[in-house]
Write a protein that binds this ligand. Structure first.
Ligand code: SAH
Length: 222
């Protein structure tokens, strides 16, 4: 699945993701077309696979970014507020910002300061990105994402870009009702994507989706 969607340009990568059924909606396609992955991935940006970005982190594969957006899409309406935990390169933060539009807000949080700096630099490579940073539509902060980010809570949607050992309670607490959390969770030797819904009455349901391989959510390095 990963390799078949690779392209020679941003456009062809995204066309291939759509052709292979990994992008399912026009909204996600449009949001991904507006972000050049070359501004975020240091090498082979149009390959459908993760790339190292330093500090033991990777920019996730484009098909994972596409699936995260598709899974959260009902909660990524114009004006929505979103938290992107383990924002790394800042790529997905930018795509999410396109989905929620100028009246929405996306907070990217990472615990490695040089990666937070890199995300800001990457986003500032385009005119659209600079505008999003200046207006506050996108903000990158430094902190332990396992605790979420209270300052801007509650969120319509929370995306976690690193594997958690559990569904951290703080994260569901910081969801609106209704709201949705997308999180890779380690269960023993394997990891699976969980989609957790907070319903209007505040009750929680969870769905275990497919198996994945993410870098873990960890303590901050010394
Ligand atoms: N969505 C990012 C994924 C980066 S990899 C991208 O596609 O570019 C996972 C990221 O999670 C790394 O940048 C790592 O620094 C971050 N991370 C790991 N543990 C964390 C924690 N406890 N709090 C915040 N960020 C964390």
């Amino acid at each position: 699945m990963a390799w078949r969607s690779s392209g020679s340009s941003n456009q062809s990568l995204i066309d291939n993701l759509e052709k292979n059924g990994l992008i399912e909606t026009k909204r996600v396609k449009g949001a991904m077309l507006q972000v050049d992955r070359a501004h975020y991935a240091p090498g082979n940006p149009y390959d459908d696979r993760p790339q190292p970005i330093g500090h033991k982190a990777t920019i996730s594969a484009p098909h994972m970014h596409a699936n995260a957006c598709e899974s959260l899409l009902d909660y990524l309406q114009p004006g929505a507020k979103v938290l992107d935990i383990g924002s790394g390169s800042g790529y997905l933060t930018a795509v999410l910002a396109n989905l929620v539009g100028p009246t929405g807000k996306v907070v990217g949080i990472d615990h490695i300061q040089p990666l937070v700096d890199m995300a800001n630099t990457n986003m500032a490579k385009s005119e659209e990105g600079r505008k999003m940073l200046e207006s506050g539509q996108v903000k990158f902060v430094t902190g332990d994402g396992r605790k979420g980010w209270k300052e801007d809570a509650p969120y319509d949607a929370i995306h976690v870009g690193a594997a958690a050992a559990e569904h951290h309670k703080e994260l569901t607490e910081q969801l609106k009702a209704p709201g949705r959390l997308f999180v890779p969770v380690s269960d023993g030797w394997s990891q699976h994507i969980y989609v957790i819904n907070k319903k209007e009455d505040g009750s929680i349901d969870q769905n275990r989706l497919y198996g994945v391989q993410y870098v873990p959510l960890t303590d901050a390095p010394e």
